[in-house]
Design a binder for this molecule. Sequence first.
Ligand code: PHE
Ligand code: CO
Length: 287
Amino acid sequence: MAHIHSGTETFPRHRSPSERSDFTIVQDWATYSREEHETWRLLFQRQEAVLAHRACGEFLRGMQDLGVAADGIPDFRRLNDVLQKTTQWSIVAVPGLVPDAIFFDHLAHRQFPSTCFIRRRDQLDYLQEPDVFHDIFGHVPMLMNPVFADYMQAYGLGGLKALHLGALHHLARLYWYTVEFGLIATGEGLRIYGSGIVSSKGESIYCLEDPRPNRIAFDLMRVMRTRYRIDDYQESYVVIDSFDQLFQATQPDFTPYYDALSRLSDIDAGEVLPTDRLLHRGRAVAR
Ligand code: PHE
Ligand code: CO
């Protein structure tokens, strides 16, 4: 969560706090340095190679249709021209993590809050907090997909509701296991759509090819009971069959679900239940 600092403190470029109530700032694209653009290109080229046969078709198509992301840190105004026309979403610049209510309110209005700063050269492989590469490369291609675009807006509205019902920890797990770390089963096997995976070279390979993590078929209540880790590769990934499945499953009013969840125990990130359907390389596996 971002806190508003006051007084004489100075902030690195692109990281000064917002003075607006919706936490937005201006990207100030013209002030990025050559080096910052070069860092983006390095990350972009690496991921392009890794994701060719690992990311799902929807992601790769979205990236291609955006068309303005390969040369350097994209100008949000140019991305928005394309995004607006395609799914009526837009990107708004923010200084860092924003309060939950602000974040959900942006999503509910089909606005995706993105950071502006880019990681340092010694942080290419790992960064604790989202930067512009994660937020734009990771999230925006999927926002070009009409079904996923509607899911994200519905999630924002659901977030505001969960906040009032005190159930945010359950709904946050759904975001984590779908938007950030989701896999999808396709005719060619498992593919990635989660933004936290597509923006990480190591995890893009690990999530599909490493024998260690569990790959569990999507089950809404199961997901909302499952803890997650934020400091390492995931121990379990959740696999959807289609974006329609995800959208349909999340349509009902969650109020009774939250009620039921309050009486159910949490499941550990690495735990496998007898009722889980496990997948590997797109096929069901025996236990
Ligand atoms: N249907 C959910 C609710 O009523 C909202 C939601 C939609 C949550 C899509 C997540 C994804 O709370
Ligand atoms: Co993210």
